[in-house]
Design a protein around this ligand. Structure first.
Ligand SMILES: *Cc1c(COP(=O)(O)O)cnc(C)c1O
Length: 487
């Protein structure tokens, strides 16, 4: 693997990217010296070709769904069809200014975009079985915070003071943190040996001070909880609301709807299930759906369809929790989801869910001879193994991940969910072919073999990457992120 020097290290005094011919017009008056810097900016001098090569080579170090298989569990790194990018780049959408005066009044220039927002909300309602959506939240965790704020507004409006939110110990870390940021205390329920939330512990924790129960379903073990209806009924009987973490909706599309399962509030990650891949800190969208009881608390603005079939923004919601994000959310991400849903249609979404679940079960079935499967059940969109067998020979989940990087794979999610020791959480998604899955599975089987016979081959990896093993603690505690100019 080539080592690429920093662009600063390639600086060569006098080098130029482009040279102009001699001036054939009068020189412009130079800037007043008070506007000029005292010394030249220390911008590296390079030829244009060196700059092009530098950044092209850097870009080739990027790992992405476009280059390699990316089975990062819970993140749904499925292929993002390129037509959605083209739709999002259409000038009429991409060039629309969010402060366009006509927008609030629903003028003609913004009608198309308002209609996209309106229709996306309706499509998400249909997919999830909810009554209304806000598209504003900018990420899954942001959607959770919005959802919990809606729950708080609901209880406050009823004059009921509630202090707690229940989450299972298998939950994504954002669940308890969103609950805490919204001002709640968190009660954590353990997972039973069957992989489901412990029902007895849940019943004990549930009382009139519980505001909501936050569940992920299928949960982070990739298992669908068949007791979900009972859990919801118990919560409702205690006056609590049911919150659905729908970050990963891939297993449910067209199969089951959170609204029908008894959930009152739902967030979904458009940047997992609906075209935009998760990760990299890029833009996301975490729309929140609610049932009728909570509509009046949704963030403003709301897009409405007027009797003359035009669309407008509506701010007249006195009980609204207010703005949760500037303007209308990450419009480009919403637009891509809209295009994606329309292109796949009902049958396509159902097929996506079926193949996602089939692919995960295929990986689970072929690998369970080689890796410990802590909860042996038909999985949904992802399967969770443990590297506990390999650990006996000193090979940890982290080592397996590093070895996979050397082999051109993005590792599965490791050490999550927290309740599985040495977790390896594999989410293949529906966009991968059987050939790709087979090649990955063969690599995983090879690693299991190496762990038996030659563990050092795994623990020494990566050997082909420009960056080898880091001292992760030192990297976090004493990060060295800045290049300093050598005087
Ligand atoms: C990804 C994820 C989240 C958080 O979504 P972000 O967009 O990363 O904030 C929440 N819950 C689950 C189960 C997730 O997989």
């Amino acid at each position: 693997m080539i080592q690429i020097p920093l662009i600063f290290e390639q600086h060569k005094q006098g080098c130029r990217g482009f040279t102009y011919g001699p001036l054939d017009v009068p020189a412009a008056k130079s800037l007043d010296s008070k506007y000029c810097r005292a010394a030249d900016a220390r911008i590296p001098c390079l030829s244009e070709l060196s700059v092009v090569r530098h950044y092209t080579n850097l870009s080739r170090l990027n790992f992405s769904v476009d280059t390699n298989f990316y089975p990062l569990g819970s993140c749904t790194m499925k292929y993002n069809p390129k037509f959605t990018e083209r739709v999002a780049a259409l000038e009429g959408f991409a060039q629309l200014h969010p402060l366009l005066p006509q927008l609030a009044g629903g003028g003609m220039l913004a009608q198309g975009s308002l209609e996209v927002l309106y229709e996306t909300e309706k499509l998400l309602c249909e997919i999830t079985g909810m009554d209304a959506f806000t598209l504003q939240p900018l990420a899954g965790a942001h959607g959770e915070l919005t959802g919990v704020m809606l729950i708080a507004a609901y209880h406050k409006d009823k004059g009921s003071r509630r202090k707690y939110i229940i989450v299972p110990d298998s939950s994504h870390g954002t669940n308890p943190s969103s609950a805490a940021i919204a001002g709640y205390q968190v009660k954590v329920i353990p997972t039973g040996s069957d992989g489901y939330m412990d029902l007895e512990a849940y019943k004990k924790a549930l009382d009139s001070e519980v505001a909501a129960v936050m569940l992920t379903c299928p949960d982070t073990l990739g298992i669908f909880n068949p007791q979900i209806k009972q859990i919801a009924d118990l919560a409702h009987a205690a006056g609590a609301l049911m919150y659905y973490d729908g970050a990963n909706l891939n297993a449910l599309l067209g199969k089951a709807r959170p609204g029908d399962l008894g959930f009152d509030v739902v967030h979904i990650n458009l940047h997992k299930t609906f075209a935009t891949p998760h990760g990299g800190g890029g833009p996301g969208a975490g729309p929140v759906g609610v049932n009728k009881e909570l509509i009046e608390f949704l963030p403003i603005s709301r897009v409405i369809r007027r009797s003359d079939a035009t669309f407008a923004l509506d701010y007249n919601h006195p009980k609204s929790i207010g703005y949760i994000a500037p303007f209308y959310g990450n419009f480009g991400v919403i637009l891509k989801a809209y295009a994606y849903i329309l292109a796949l249609g009902k049958e396509g979404l159902i097929q996506a869910a079926e193949i996602a679940v089939l692919n995960a079960n295929y990986c689970q079935a072929r690998l369970k001879k080689y890796y410990e499967l802590p909860f042996e059940k038909t999985c949904m969109h992802e399967c969770v193994f443990s590297a506990s067998r390999q650990v006996k020979n000193g090979v940890h989940a982290l080592d397996i991940a590093k070895y996979l990087i050397d082999q051109g794979y993005h590792p599965p999610t490791i050490y999550f969910p927290l309740i599985v020791k040495e977790a390896l959480m594999i989410e293949p998604t529906e966009t991968e072919s059987k050939e790709t899955l087979d090649a990955f599975i063969e690599t995983m089987i090879r690693i299991a073999g190496l762990a038996e016979k030659e563990p050092s081959a795994v623990t020494a990896s990566p050997v082909h990457m420009p960056i080898k093993r880091l001292d992760e603690v030192r990297a976090a505690r004493q990060p060295d992120l800045r290049w300093k100019f050598q005087e």
